[in-house]
Design a protein around this ligand. Structure first.
Ligand code: XMP
Length: 304
């Protein structure tokens, strides 16, 4: 991106020209959709209907944070957790899971769009999502995971050619709260792709708590590109002198060049032990903690 101010002016002009009627945008709490919503709000004002769909796969405190950050817009909060858990029920395969979530997203959008008669859908798709979906590495929920049948007049993607760092720059230039513009990336399908295999409620509860612990322990001190925890299986352990067959939690902390490649951080061992201690103490069914030392490639940043 050559010039951020120029990008903003052009993006707002384009949105104005593209969207004659109303538009729906789903906020996820991440930087991409937040920047998109701010651009769109400046372009079409109250013709923008921002929507927050609580999929049940959100991080700890996320719905509340989003509500607080977008109080200057007419934000609708939709609790769709039951539908999303139903959609992924019995699905073990990560790609099928992403597709099921993508489809549920669109259906919920469409239902809301029908209620408010929105013509367009605005999405915060960025260039790495497009590249990875094209190469068949992963179906990002907002690209390859999109069902073919759409009921909108069109989809508008103002950040299509931007990389993450550009999006943050735009966010800063738009004076978004730092907590939003500098927030680490979080996948659209949320914690479902960190609850490996079938994303059951109990697995998601454990992984939500583990992600909160990892974020609390490393975001301020190590300032990595991304830090996360995933439930990667079950294993045997013992708690209070009794055998427990519980969650194996993987911790992944990486620095990255625009999410295309990534390097695991050389985390001080005492900090790793502290994370382990908190996870196995605070999460009743967590029995093991492992640290992922795999770069991308051959790994990806998320586990699924
Ligand atoms: P991977 O796991 O492919 O992730 O190395 C690269 C970056 O993208 C994020 N990610 C997603 N973002 N929808 C998104 O908006 C998705 O479906 C998705 N999957 C992964 C991931 O967190 C990392 O920052």
């Amino acid at each position: 991106m050559e010039n951020v101010q120029e990008f903003i002016v052009t993006a707002i002009e384009k949105i104005k020209a593209q969207i004659g009627g109303t538009a729906l945008i789903a906020l996820s709490g991440g930087v991409d959709s937040s920047v998109c919503a701010e651009l769109a709000h400046r372009a079409i004002g109250d013709r923008l209907y921002p929507l927050f769909i609580d999929t049940g796969f959100m991080r700890k405190g996320e719905p509340e944070q989003v509500q607080a950050s977008f109080s200057h817009m007419n934000l609708q909060m939709i609790d769709a957790g039951d539908r999303f858990f139903d959609a992924v029920k019995g699905i073990e395969d990560p790609e099928l899971k992403r597709k099921a979530i993508g489809e549920t997203f669109i259906r919920v959008f469409e239902e809301e769009a029908r209620k408010i008669n929105a013509d367009y859908l605005i999405q915060g798709t960025i260039y790495p999502d497009v590249l990875e979906s094209e190469k068949g590495i992963k179906s990002h929920h907002n690209v390859g995971g999109m069902p073919e049948k759409m009921e909108f007049k069109g989809v508008v993607e103002p950040l299509y050619y931007l990389y993450k760092d550009d999006v943050r720059e735009v966010g800063r230039a738009l004076s978004l709260p730092i907590a939003l513009s500098e927030r680490m990336p979080f996948p659209g399908p949320g914690l479902s792709v960190r609850a490996c295999g079938e994303a059951t409620r109990e697995k998601v509860i454990a992984v939500r708590a583990a992600n909160a612990i990892v974020e609390e322990e490393v975001m301020e001190t190590l300032k990595p590109w991304q830090a996360l925890a995933a439930v990667i299986g079950k294993g045997t352990g013992q708690k209070n002198g009794r055998r427990v067959y519980g969650w194996i939690i993987a911790v992944r902390i990486v620095n990255s060049d625009n999410a295309i490649t990534a390097e695991p951080l050389d985390v001080p061992y005492p900090l790793l032990r502290k994370i382990q201690e908190r996870i196995t103490t605070e999460i009743p069914d967590a029995v093991r903690v492992v640290y992922d030392v795999t770069p991308k490639p051959p790994g990806t940043i998320e586990f699924e």
